[in-house]
Design a protein around this ligand. Structure first.
Ligand SMILES: Cc1ncc(COP(=O)(O)O)c(C=O)c1O
Length: 381
């Protein structure tokens, strides 16, 4: 039986060579040659803002929360359909995540519900671009401007994707990307903060360097460096930056490959959608996504466990996604919902994610489609 793992972290060429070079450079802590190369690459790719490499998207979100001056009792509006880090970054500052339902098409925050969730304590909106499909940024930015709120983009899954003609992560004041091994562009663990509000960049650099002005010292702008502000250790080592640079260089090719595989699945499941057995992802017309996740929504939530069990027994590692934050233990403790969450709850109960990584083949995708058709028939029997 062929085993099809959900993900295989895939090297694309020069990772080992660059990591060896980082070691030979005798600079393996952070903020060296490869960190600078990755940051320049990201700035060029995104075309707006300044980049700081971090040890994770989680770290980048934590930096954004400090930079947005989120404090105790502040409220931050966000979807519940996301990872714990989106909320934790703000909870760590004493803020309250206020969960809003998602749209049933893109599974991104429902922009029409944001205004009603705003209270006098609301300080920011944190948007998530689920599966590399951009959220409704023009509407969200208009609400934020009208109500004086900051916007942070959790673009963990969004590199090499565009919406409304702009790369994801270039619209809000800050955005955060992930290079975790589960993402399209990987470094094992890794992330980046993008500071679109350039006036904030000097402070961002200080927070990044443990609250010191070490980056200024490195550029010979100050004679010595010392503790000047809040901060933490957010830098990745040069060894990881070197690995990441090799991936970024091949980012367009990795994205093209994933999109080819994503579209093949999409066509492959058309007949099951036509029979009303599954729904496929909805990609808005003005959206160039990056093939990050291929998911299906089963028609009946009560069949999902059985479908997943049977697929995994057949070697196909299909999995669920988030437990909605508003229903999770810590979400109940630290956050609140702005209203009912019918779409989030429905989607969370019916969604399955299928194996998708650069080593997957169309033959394997054909096998997944055939097995899902077989398993759905068994589950319906
Ligand atoms: C939406 C979202 N935000 C943040 C993260 C955290 O990323 P990292 O593992 O790089 O900290 C994830 C991870 O899967 C995510 O899906």
């Amino acid at each position: 039986m062929t085993k099809l793992p959900f993900n295989i972290p895939t090297l694309v060429g020069r990772e080992i060579e660059y990591m060896t070079k980082a070691i030979e450079n005798s600079h393996i802590s952070g903020n060296g040659e490869f960190t600078a190369l990755c940051q320049s690459f990201l700035e060029g790719q995104l075309g707006r803002g300044r980049a700081l490499l971090t040890h994770s998207c989680t770290g980048a979100l934590e930096m954004a929360a400090i930079l947005a001056e989120i404090g105790p009792g502040d409220e931050v509006i966000m979807p519940s359909w996301t990872f714990s880090s989106t909320a934790n970054a703000f909870v760590l500052r004493g803020a309250i995540p206020v969960f809003v339902d998602v749209r049933s098409d893109t599974l991104n925050i429902d922009e029409t519900l944001i205004e009603a969730a705003i209270t006098p304590r609301t300080k920011a909106i944190c948007v998530v671009h689920y599966a590399g499909v951009g959220a409704e940024m023009p509407t969200i930015m208009a609400v934020a401007k009208r109500r004086g709120l900051k916007v942070i983009e959790d673009a963990a899954q969004g590199l090499f994707a565009n919406r409304h003609g702009r790369p994801l992560g270039t619209v809000g004041e800050f955005s955060a990307f992930s290079f975790h091994e589960s993402k399209n562009i990987i470094a094992g663990e890794g992330g980046a903060l993008i500071v679109n509000d350039r006036a904030t960049f000097p402070r961002a650099e200080i927070i990044w360097e443990k609250g010191t002005n070490r980056a200024q010292f490195k550029r010979a702008e100050v004679a010595k460096y010392s503790w000047v502000d809040l901060g933490s250790s957010f830098l990745p080592s040069e060894i990881l930056a070197a690995f990441l640079y090799a991936q970024l260089e091949q980012g367009e090719a990795i994205t093209r490959r994933r999109l080819r595989l994503w579209r093949y699945y999409f066509e492959g499941f058309a007949h099951l959608e036509a029979k009303g057995l599954v729904s496929r992802p909805v990609i808005p017309r003005d959206c160039e996504h990056n093939g990050h996740i291929f998911y299906l929504l089963l028609t009946k939530a009560e069949r999902r466990d059985e479908v997943l069990r049977r697929l995994n027994e057949r070697g196909i590692n299909a999995i669920i996604h988030y437990v909605p934050l508003h229903s999770a233990l810590a979400g109940v403790r630290f956050g609140r919902t702005a209203g009912p969450m019918p779409v989030t709850e429905d989607v969370a109960a019916r969604l399955i994610r299928l194996p998708l990584h650069p080593q997957l083949t169309h033959e394997q995708e054909d096998h997944v489609v055939a097995e899902i058709e077989r398993v759905l028939a068994l589950a319906a029997a």
